[in-house]
Design a protein around this ligand. Structure first.
Ligand SMILES: NC(=O)C1=CN([C@@H]2O[C@H](COP(=O)(O)OP(=O)(O)OC[C@H]3O[C@@H](n4cnc5c(N)ncnc54)[C@H](O)[C@@H]3O)[C@@H](O)[C@H]2O)C=CC1
Ligand SMILES: O=C(O)C(=O)Cc1ccc(O)cc1
Length: 364
């Protein structure tokens, strides 16, 4: 039996899904691009079997359609699809970071023998575009589905079965509840990271030492501030009701900190840290979360010249994928530490062995 999968928007998420499906028994993956140059790029990157700029050509005969465009374009594509004769039993799904508006829009459209199931793979990165796509992106991550009431079980099961190729863990969530939860654990942290980086950027105008000293931890906790501006404009505007409420709660929390500092309320400050510590210690460990973490190694580097090339070459020879490299110099007169980041724990473990064999001193 053959299965045709059409992917609209073959970027980070669409491209990663395409790579999970392409080459699997009986599956053909077709990518839809809104520009001819993008269609060519999808083919050159080998992520799809075919690419087209025609919506009709991509969607016709498809068994599954994945909408992987920015949230602000989802409605438009869904409406266009509702005007095309699709294959009987076709399942349309999306990967948008918000679920309430797209599931409501789908319910209003008249699809005949075609089903819409909202989706959100809760994994990703600050990178974008097909260049960043990887079939490992969703492994062990949660993948939310929001099936509408009355959806036949076997239709839902067919999508779940296909998504097994992503190795993600499927979880059913109500769309409105979904938007509140991701608002708190993903959208709010993105706003805070951007506001924090921009605050330091403004201070840096007065003294460029801010940027020079902002290595290490500051860089790590603000990684998500480098996310794609269009993708995030659409997410935040779409979830603005939830975000406005959460930012108002945020303001309350910050005001409490201001009051504690003004009144020198040390007990209040220790209480706030203790509460956060308790909650954080109960978060699941070693689980792929929404905001992805990297696996890092720190290496003492007595003198820099040539060492980066030597280490990266050796890791490359061992097929170890490095996601980032950074030299941390806390003082200008002391040797540095090299931080190597990996997306996969297995890559980090293998790198550790390779570098230990090269006699480097390593810490995690
Ligand atoms: N970035 C992330 O980590 C995650 C993103 N998402 C959601 O996945 C969707 C795609 O995001 P990414 O893959 O990160 O973005 P991306 O920028 O890597 O890919 C977007 C794709 O949509 C295409 N596209 C852009 N504008 C378009 C338009 N006007 N019409 C048609 N196609 C257009 C682009 O050419 C590109 O192929 C978004 O809805 C986002 O909310 C979901 C989970 C994680
Ligand atoms: O960069 C990160 O770690 C992310 O936060 C990725 C991400 C972005 C959007 C989503 O809807 C889900 C995950």
């Amino acid at each position: 039996m053959s299965t045709k999968i059409a992917i609209f928007g073959v970027g980070l998420i669409g491209g990663s899904l395409a790579l999970c499906f392409k080459g699997k028994p009986g599956i053909t993956v077709v990518g839809h691009a809104h520009r001819p140059a993008s269609a060519e790029k999808y083919i050159n990157h080998g992520v799809v079997d075919h690419a087209t700029i025609s919506i009709k050509e991509a969607a016709m005969d498809a068994d599954f359609i994945f909408l992987c465009v920015p949230v602000g374009n989802l409605d438009e594509y869904l409406t266009k699809l509702s005007q095309i004769p699709l294959k009987k039993g076709c399942v349309i799904t999306d990967v948008g970071s918000t679920k309430a508006s797209i599931t409501a829009a789908a319910e209003k459209l008249e699809f005949k023998d075609v089903y819409f199931i909202g989706g959100h793979p809760m994994a990703g990165s600050e990178r974008s575009g097909v260049e960043a796509a990887t079939p490992l992106l969703f492994e062990n991550a949660y993948y939310v589905l929001t099936p509408p009431p009355g959806l036949p079980d076997k239709v839902y099961e067919s999508l779940v079965l296909l998504l097994a190729y992503t190795r993600a863990k499927i979880v059913k969530v109500d769309p409105i509840e979904h938007d509140r939860i991701v608002g708190a654990i993903s959208h709010l942290p993105h706003i805070i990271a951007v506001a924090l980086v921009n605050q330091v950027c403004d201070y840096n105008e007065t003294n460029p030492l801010y940027r020079r000293l902002a290595a290490g931890g500051f860089r790590d906790i603000t990684r998500i501030a480098s996310s794609d501006p269009i993708i995030w404009r659409d997410i935040l505007l779409n979830n603005r009701g939830v975000m406005l409420q959460m930012l108002s709660d945020w303001n309350k929390g910050i005001s409490e900190f201001i009051a504690m500092l003004e009144t020198e309320d040390g007990e209040g400050i220790t209480g706030a840290f203790a509460k956060a510590n308790d909650f954080r210690s109960e978060l699941p460990e070693h689980r792929k979360g929404m905001i992805s973490s990297t696996f890092d190694l720190y290496i003492d580097v007595p003198d820099h010249p040539g060492i980066i090339g030597k280490i990266t070459t050796r890791l490359g020879e061992n097929d170890i994928n490095l996601s980032n490299i950074q030299i941390i110099e806390s003082r200008e007169d002391v040797p540095g530490i090299m931080k190597l980041s990996f997306r996969q724990e297995e890559d980090m473990e293998r790198a550790k062995k390779v570098l230990q064999n090269m006699d480097y001193s390593i810490s995690l």
